[in-house]
Design a protein around this ligand. Structure first.
Ligand code: FAD
Length: 455
């Protein structure tokens, strides 16, 4: 059997290699470290954690990330096995001893007879590699990024990635906010009432601008200063620093919008939120890319009328990143539509986080192994955390009327990506019900698989 080539031995590539080998398929794992490193990796270990040592909440009854942990354990994840074996006291979170964790993964992969390891930087994709998983992460080496860019037709893969916060729709106060598109314009994909609008009076706007300017911001990393700024989209607080009225003439402009409860009084400024997923459960704050610290974002954005109780599915940020416009470029099993021998995994596909990257590596590995064995790759049910995550990557995103070239953005797993419960549930019991449904459906899916997939 020809090997599956995996490029990148990070969280996704390590998990993919393991999943393929345990299905009896050989792997050639290419990792450029330690010969050549990235701006943030420090060692030659597989699955090195580049920043925090936390896998976040381990609560599989009320948190989406905890649910993802539980599902990965049931699917025989190497990353979760190593995390559990090297966990540290951290309350409800799963934190790991980073050296022990990466050391265990490295030893397992090195000791697996079906995995051959090559310490080389891959810069091109030889035609004889008939099955490849690219798992080179947010800091994909520039030469390979160029090769991928040429294949996908994308002009740039790495850039300053300015992302705006995303809010759970059900936490927005519709006694204050209302749906309307500017000048009621329907556009090619809209209804004329696509945006959620939050109105500000002049004093509220003045206070908000003061808070943006004074808010605590994240400093740039050295490695970010050499990356081009994408699309020139300025963080909202930088706009506010340029002039008190600048946001009001930019993303916060009030024109073409009428508050139905006070039609005679025009708001001084408006914050608009735009639908972010097909389900209509998540809305992003238009033009609110920011490098304010996360706690500051929550504090300041909750002062916006209508968002006092907002829960955020993702907070804004600005950092270097490399990822594909996956909903457009990848098929349902993560293959590049234009060249199906290439499959992508990890953060480069548009998920965010250690655990999410490993989960997508797990799925990519299982799909590639199935293909090699002449079997049909099986997609996880959309109600599971794995299904919700891959759904976001390959098809859950909506391109809305003026979303721009790069509207798809990496995201952590969150409950907004799950299909709603069929019969609804009280607020308190919703998360446990979504988790129970996910684990039930996952077990049924595993049970229906051929025995090796459920080991
Ligand atoms: C600065 C920074 C901080 C982050 N902090 C966190 C955090 O605290 N918590 C969190 O959950 N997530 C964090 N992330 C996000 C992300 O989840 C992690 O980066 C995660 O490691 C992504 O997993 P991955 O497998 O996709 O990529 P990686 O784990 O980065 O693995 C990619 C691997 O590919 C190798 N590689 C790259 N190019 C080539 C090539 N051409 N040939 C061969 N090998 C190559 C790299 O050396 C690397 O080992 C952070 C990201 C960055 C950039």
């Amino acid at each position: 059997m020809n090997p599956v080539h995996i490029i990148g031995g990070g969280l996704a590539g390590s998990e993919a290699a393991w999943q393929i080998a345990r299905r009896g398929v050989p792997v050639l794992l290419h990792e450029m470290r330690p010969e050549r490193s990235t701006a943030v990796h420090k060692t030659g270990q597989f699955a090195e954690l580049v920043c925090s040592n936390s896998f976040r909440s381990d609560d599989a009854e009320a948190s989406a990330i905890g649910l993802l942990h539980a599902e990965m354990r049931r699917l025989g994840s190497l990353v979760m096995r190593a995390a559990d074996a090297h966990k540290l006291p951290a309350g409800g979170a799963l934190a790991v001893d980073r050296e022990g964790f990466a050391g265990a993964i490295t030893a397992t992969l090195e000791g697996e007879p079906l995995i051959e390891i090559r310490r080389d930087e891959v810069v091109s994709l030889p035609p004889e590699w008939d099955s490849v998983i690219v798992a080179t992460g947010p800091l994909t080496s520039p030469a390979l990024a160029e090769t991928i860019g040429a294949l996908t037709g994308e002009s740039a893969l790495a850039f300053f990635d300015a992302i705006a916060p995303i809010v759970h729709r059900e936490t927005i106060d519709f006694d204050i906010a209302w749906f309307q598109s500017r000048y009621d314009k329907a556009g090619p994909a809209g209804s004329g009432a696509d945006y959620i609008n939050c109105p500000l009076t002049r004093p509220q706007y003045e206070d908000f601008v003061d808070a943006l300017v004074a808010g605590d911001k994240i400093e740039f990393h050295d490695f970010e200063t050499v990356t081009p700024y994408f699309d020139g989209c300025l963080p909202i607080e930088v706009m506010a620093e340029r002039g008190r009225e600048t946001p009001r003439h930019g993303p916060m402009k009030p024109f073409g919008l009428t508050d139905p409860r006070h039609p005679a009084t025009k708001p001084y400024a408006v914050v608009q939120l735009r639908q972010d997923n097909k389900l209509g459960t998540l809305f992003n704050m238009v033009g609110f890319q920011t490098k304010l610290k996360h706690a500051e974002q929550v504090r300041i954005f909750r002062t916006i009328p209508g968002l006092a109780k907002a829960e955020f599915a993702r907070l804004g940020g600005l950092h270097r990143n490399t990822f594909l416009n996956s909903p457009k470029l990848l098929d349902a099993t993560l293959r590049l539509k234009a060249m199906p021998r290439l499959r992508f995994a990890g953060q480069i596909t548009g998920c965010e986080g250690y655990v999410e990257s490993a989960a997508i590596g797990l799925l990519a590995g299982s799909f590639a192994a199935a293909e090699r064995r002449g079997e049909e790759p099986r997609l996880p049910p959309p109600t599971t955390a794995h299904g919700a995550l891959i759904g976001h990557i390959t098809g859950g995103h909506v391109e809305t009327i003026d979303s721009g070239a790069r509207s798809f953005q990496p995201m952590n797993i969150n409950f907004g990506l799950f299909p709603p419960l069929r019969h609804g549930a009280a607020r308190d019991s919703k998360k446990p019900a979504l988790c129970a449904r996910a684990l039930g459906d996952l077990d049924a899916w595993i049970g229906a698989a051929v025995p090796h997939a459920a080991e």
